[in-house]
Write a protein that binds this ligand. Structure first.
Ligand SMILES: Cc1cc2nc3c(=O)[nH]c(=O)nc-3n(C[C@H](O)[C@H](O)[C@H](O)COP(=O)(O)OP(=O)(O)OC[C@H]3O[C@@H](n4cnc5c(N)ncnc54)[C@H](O)[C@@H]3O)c2cc1C
Length: 363
C-alpha cells in the first residue's frame, strides 16, 4: 500500500497480461469460448456453461490504497477477505457487502456476480462503488474504463456494467473502488414477529433513514441495523424499539443474509426476488421466506412450480432469479435483452466470452 498517487503503470508490459491477451486472441480466432475464472468458488454453477477456463485468480494483490482519498485499486484475483482486512486496518471498508464466506472468493468474482448485500438500499450497490476497471476485452485489447478518483462516481461509466457481467464482457484485471470509513458504532434491534407483521412495520422504520443500514426479517425476527455516531445510533435504535442484540449474534444474522439466508430442502426451488416493498406475502406450497432491503429483496424456498412464482412476480411487477437447484433467470423484457446484446457485441464481437451465464443479475 502507498499513501500517495503512484505513477501510472503500463499493464500491457506485464507478462501475465500479455499471456492472457494472447490466449483471448487465439481463442477468438479458433472460435473457442473462454470463461474468466477467479478462484472458481462457484465452480458447480459454472460447470453448466461450456467453455475453457481463463484463469485469473493468480493475478492478485492490492495495487494502491489511498486512505485519505477513500479509494483502493486491487487486482481482480485479490481474495476479498485480504482486501477487507487491509481496509479495516486503516479504519475503512467497502460500501457494499459481498458474500465473504469462502476465503478464496476474489474481488473479480464478487464484481462479476454483482451481489451488494443487506446495506444496498442504505449505503451503496456494488456497481455504485466501482470507480474504474481495467480489463481485456473479447479481442484481447487492454481497456481502461473510469478512474481512481471519486468524481467519476457522478456519471455513468462502462466500468459499472461489469457489476453482474458474469465474466461475459471481458476479463477484469484491476478494479478501483470507492471506500467509506468504518462506523463508530453498530447496533442491531430485533423484534420477534411474523412476516406479515414485519412487512407492515418496515415502511415506518425505513422512513427514518438516519443511521439505518439494514432492515430484514429472518427466522421470525424483524432486524434493524444502525451504524454511525454513538448519539445518532442510540436515538434511532431507541425509536425502532425491540431488544438490542449482542454484537456477535447480530453479526452472525447479517452475515447469513449476506451469504444467502435459505438453503432449499429436497423438492424445493430457491428464488431470489426483487419486489415492491409493499408486495403481499404469496400463499405458495411449503413456502419459507427471508426478507432483506426493507421488503424489496425476498428469498423464497418453495415446492411451487416455477410458473406459479413467475406469475406472482409479474402480478406485482417484480423480477427474480431461481438460484437452486440450478440458476434460471425469469424472462427479461425484450428491450433489455436487445440492450444486453448490443453491449456484448461492442465488448466481445466474436463472442469469445459468450459462455451462456446470465448477465444482468447484479443487485
Ligand atoms: C454455491 C455458491 C453460491 C454463491 N452465490 C453467490 C452469489 O449469488 N453472488 C455473489 O456475489 N457471490 C456468491 N457466492 C460467493 C462467491 O464465491 C464470491 O462472490 C466470490 O467472490 C467469487 O469469486 P471467485 O474468484 O471464486 O469467482 P469464480 O467462481 O471463479 O467466478 C464467478 C463468476 O465471476 C466471473 N469472474 C471471476 N473473476 C473474473 C474476472 N477477473 N474477470 C471477469 N469475470 C470474472 C466468472 O466468469 C464467473 O461468472 C457464492 C458462492 C458459492 C459457493
Amino acid at each position: 500500500m502507498s499513501a500517495g498517487p503512484a505513477p501510472r503503470r503500463d499493464l500491457s508490459l506485464d507478462p501475465f497480461v500479455q499471456d492472457a491477451a494472447e490466449r483471448i486472441r487465439q481463442a477468438a480466432a479458433a472460435g473457442v469460448v473462454l470463461i474468466p475464472r477467479g478462484n472458481s468458488t462457484r465452480d458447480a454453477a459454472l460447470r453448466a456453461h461450456a467453455g475453457e477456463a481463463l484463469a485469473l485468480g493468480a493475478y492478485a494483490g492490492i495495487v494502491q490504497h489511498t486512505p485519505t482519498e477513500l479509494v483502493v485499486t486491487a487486482r481482480a484475483g485479490t481474495p476479498l477477505r485480504t482486501l477487507v482486512a487491509a481496509l479495516a486496518a486503516e479504519g475503512q471498508r467497502l460500501p457494499f457487502e459481498p458474500p465473504l464466506g469462502d476465503p478464496r472468493a476474489t474481488l473479480g468474482g464478487a464484481v462479476a456476480l454483482g451481489t451488494s448485500g443487506p446495506a444496498r438500499p442504505y449505503r451503496a450497490a456494488l456497481r455504485d462503488a466501482l470507480l474504474g476497471v481495467t480489463l481485456l476485452d473479447g479481442t484481447g485489447t487492454l481497456c481502461r474504463f473510469g478512474g481512481e478518483v471519486m468524481k467519476n462516481v457522478a456519471g455513468f461509466d462502462v466500468s459499472r456494467l461489469m457489476a453482474g457481467s458474469y465474466g461475459q464482457l471481458g476479463a477484469m484485471l484491476e478494479i478501483s473502488l470507492r471506500l467509506e470509513p468504518c462506523p463508530e458504532v453498530t447496533q442491531t434491534q430485533a423484534l420477534a414477529c411474523d412476516l406479515d407483521d414485519a412487512l407492515a412495520r418496515m415502511p415506518a422504520l425505513a422512513a427514518r433513514p438516519g443511521a439505518l443500514t439494514g432492515l430484514a426479517w429472518l427466522d421470525g425476527q424483524l432486524l434493524a441495523r444502525f451504524e454511525g455516531g454513538a448519539v445518532e445510533v442510540a436515538l434511532d435504535a431507541a425509536a425502532a424499539g425491540g431488544e438490542t442484540l449482542p454484537p456477535p449474534v447480530a453479526d452472525n444474522l447479517w452475515s447469513t443474509l449476506r451469504e444467502g439466508p435459505l438453503a432449499p430442502l429436497a423438492g424445493e426451488h430457491l428464488w431470489r426476488l426483487a419486489l415492491p416493498v409493499d408486495a403481499p406475502v404469496w400463499a405458495l406450497p411449503s413456502a419459507r421466506w427471508a426478507v432483506d432491503w426493507g421488503g424489496g429483496r425476498r428469498w423464497l424456498s418453495t415446492t411451487a412450480p416455477d410458473a406459479a412464482v413467475e406469475q406472482a412476480l409479474s402480478a406485482v411487477g417484480g423480477h427474480g432469479l431461481r438460484v437452486a437447484p440450478s440458476v434460471r433467470r425469469s424472462p427479461q423484457p425484450g428491450a433489455l435483452r436487445a440492450l444486453e446484446a448490443r453491449v456484448a457485441g461492442a465488448m466481445d464481437p466474436s463472442g469469445v466470452f459468450a459462455h451462456g451465464a446470465a448477465p444482468g443479475e447484479a443487485d
